[in-house]
Design a protein around this ligand. Sequence first.
Ligand SMILES: [Zn+2]
Length: 501
Amino acid sequence: MNRRRTATAPERRDARSSVRPRVAGGARLSVDNSLATGRRAWLASAVVLLWAASAVAAAPDWKQLGEESADLLANVIRIDTTNPPGTETAAANALVRKLTDDGIAAQVIESSAGRGNLYARLAGRGTGRPIVLLSHLDVVPADPKTWRVPPFSGTREDGYIYGRGALDDKGMGVVELMTMVAIKRSGQELDRDLILLATADEEAGGKAGAGWLVQHHPELVQGAEYLVNEGDAIHEQAGGKLAVQVGVAEKTPCWVRLTAHGDAGHGSTPPPQTAVTRLIRALNKVRRYRSPIRVTHPVEAYFAALAAQEKEPLRSKLANLAESLDDPLFLAEFTRNPRQNALVRNTITPTVLTGSSKTNVIPAEASAELDVRLLPGEKPADFLATLSSLIGDDAVHVDPLLSFPASSSEPDTAFVAAVRQVAAAEFPGVPVVPSVVPGFTDSHFFRDLGIESYDFAPFVLSETEEKAVHGTNERISVENLRNGVRRLVTLLRALPAPAPS
Ligand SMILES: [Zn+2]
């Protein structure tokens, strides 16, 4: 998945706010987060947290948890779950073994033979509604010829675990699992039940994984308030500046197949039009088409939140993005960045092409698949109608392969407040920005159930690391695994349960 990082500076709204974190043992403290006292406040909260930790239980051994995460991740990477066909059950079983070793009951639920989904639940005190930690077990294909280590070797080198799925999404799954293990080992229950899901089939749209689970076993997540999933992260720019991005909305896929028809025949005596030439003509029209610019509310809010850390004139332009994009010069500059471009328009990407399998045979059919991503609020049916009229050829059929309505979550919940609190302690002055994810994840299945779902991997990722997702030499640092467990445990402990009424 691709992501954007934009500069970093103190976020005013956050800097002025006064948060009241809940401390283990029931004590409450008020932390003044203003810029002037940020450092003092950070020290004060660190002291209080240390005190709270020592008063209640020994602090978790993060290093040990990081090493266990690294070993488990290497094992799970070695179980090839390339989708298709996925065959995720073996990977789910490996996770079950780890949980069982720590006395956590877990089960594998198959949507069909071999398509396993992991489910585990750690009971809390029951004062809050459950929270779900979600990941997926399947991975996209990897071509070993382009990798420097075999993609399913789980090689550990220079502090990194290499392999397909290291970031997308087995690393996330392992960190979520070890978070559950850390909480179990601490003996300190959360206010709420913790639900762990590692599902099949995300890379093909989730119909045999998360989609199947919410349809056939909605009771597993019934009453859950929040969900944490892949999709966005803590981004590190080239200069080392950070931005903590929590995905609250996603673009929605509308995958399409174009099928062109014509007479089959011998390649030596071609008619004026064939299935292949019709397809090329249609694709050329698609290639030339520029979809209209539309700045949705969450995208406008996202760039406005990032604007504060930019210099003028960019600062003012980002603060009023919709207006700024009326300027053709700024529009050209802004959309040169592929991720920025994807956030303000529908995109159409031709990917799969098929025609004849023989040079001298004219096929009766040729087809192309388009990876179309629609902005939140767009209707797939409207887009398909636009595409058909754009192509304007009855011999080219337009068929949807996958689509669902866009969904989003609230940017101002106790969960996002807890992320702000944890981020302020670890990264003082770094903005926490509710974001729109240009890709899509399984979050929409759970948003449809009314669960506030957030795309937030607790990893600090550089541009290079993020480029390896679905690419070559995918890897995650052991440091990210260790800190990921620490951040997630801290976040869950900072998340208040509503006061009993
Ligand atoms: Zn993924």
